[in-house]
Each structure stands twice: as C-alpha cells, then as structure tokens.
Design a protein around this ligand. Structure first.
Ligand code: PPS
Length: 209
C-alpha cells in the first residue's frame, strides 16, 4: 500500500486478527476515527481500539431517534472507557422535522425516506469526515450484517482514499458476547435505527464510502 505512504501489505494484513490489524494501522500515526451507532456489541471494537489509541475520536451521528437504552448505553460506555465522543446532530432537530412532516416516519424506499436518511445520517457523516479529516476509519461491520459486508475485506482503501478497517469482520455473536463478558463491558439490548427498516438493509453510508 505504498501510494498512501504506508509500507503495508494489505493482503497479509487481511489475514490477521483484530488486535494485529488495529496495532499495525495505528502504529502509522495516521489520523484515525472510529464510528459507532451504539448498536449491540459496540463495546467490543471500541474497547480494542482505545487500548491502543485512548483519545481516538469516536464519531456518533445521533439521529434523535435512538432508544432510551441506546442513550443510556452511549453514556455508560463513554464514561467507562473515557471516550473522546464526537456527536454529530442533524441540521434540523427531531422536533422541527416532526412539526413540519408529522411524527410518522417516511416509508422505506421512497424519495421522502431518502431525504430523511440524508438529514439524520448521511449529511452529518459528511460533516464528520470534513471536520475530523480521518485517514483511517474503523467500523465494527461484520460479514453477518449483510450480503454486501460478507464480501468485504477487513482492510481496504475506499473511494475517498480512506483506509477503511473492519477488524471484527468475521467475528460471530458468541465471540462478541464472550469478549464483553471477559472485559466487563456494557451492552445495548434495545436498538433501533430509523433509517434501516430491516437490520440487513444498507442505509447508503457504506455504499457511498
Ligand atoms: N448513526 C451512526 N453514527 C455513527 N456511525 C454509524 C451510524 N450509523 C451507522 N454507522 C456506521 O456504519 C456501521 C454500520 O451501521 P448499520 O449497518 O447499522 O447502518 S448503515 O446502514 O451502515 O448506516 C456502524 O457500525 P458499527 O461500527 O458497528 O457501529 C457504524 O460504523
């Protein structure tokens, strides 16, 4: 991967376990972020990454539609791991959106739903990228999430030239659960994403980036 000023063998790195991938990428001193939606099992990758770089920006696009348990989990994990949490809010609040559009969410796969997804997730993420200017982007994507993710590599260069790393790509739920148990980490048992409809659906974030 010399075009990015890194002397890394991507194919070799992709064969490695999560701890080696995280240490290798962060040893480069490149600016890194980790994104999280605080869905179940989020504590695992965040814990692994902050062991190596404690002050890494942890980026959350808070749609305003998260469950009470998600907000509680976000607070608890942030305090327990002393996270450098960076919250990106939509440009229009939930109250404002609902006053104009009503409190019922737009139907999935309609132009109205696309506008909503852009408002609460995609635009805030563009803002996060422009503000944080990462060179490395960690996510906890896993093969079991969707057909698209089943085909991904753990480490790749995305269309923006960002190094996109999903060190837990091939972990299963049992491994995630065991890791949380071993490290006394909290979890979220009531997660909801208003942009998804179905958990296996892509909202567009990982199609664009
Ligand atoms: N709201 C929000 N804030 C910050 N980061 C987010 C958000 N939504 C998605 N993501 C990032 O995308 C990863 C996959 O999330 P999802 O499958 O739930 O949704 S999406 O369809 O990709 O938007 C998700 O996975 P994790 O890394 O496991 O959190 C994040 O990295």
């Amino acid at each position: 991967m010399t075009e990015h000023g890194l002397n890394l063998d991507l194919n070799a790195l992709n064969q490695q376990e999560s701890d080696v991938i995280i240490k290798t990428l962060l040893a480069t001193d490149k600016k890194a972020i980790i994104t999280t939606n605080f869905r179940p099992f989020e504590a695992v990758l965040i814990h692994q990454v902050v062991q190596v770089r404690p002050d890494i920006p942890v980026v959350w696009m808070d749609s305003g539609y998260a469950t009470k348990e998600t907000y509680e989990f976000a607070d608890k994990l942030t305090k327990q791991l002393n996270l450098n949490l960076k919250i990106y809010h939509p440009k229009i609040s939930r109250a404002h959106f609902e006053a104009i559009n009503g409190s019922e969410l737009p139907i999935i796969d309609t132009p109205e739903h696309d506008v909503f997804t852009n408002l609460v997730k995609l635009e805030p993420f563009e803002r996060a990228l422009a503000t944080e200017k990462p060179e490395i982007w960690f996510t906890a994507l896993r093969k079991q999430d969707s057909a698209l993710r089943a085909e991904m590599d753990k480490v790749s260069i995305n269309s923006d030239g960002l190094i996109k790393a999903a060190p837990l790509l091939d972990w299963n739920n049992k491994q995630m659960w065991q890791y949380e148990l071993d490290h006394d980490l909290p979890d979220n048992d009531n997660y909801y994403d208003p942009t998804k409809g179905d958990a296996h659906r892509e909202c567009g974030l990982h199609l664009k980036h």
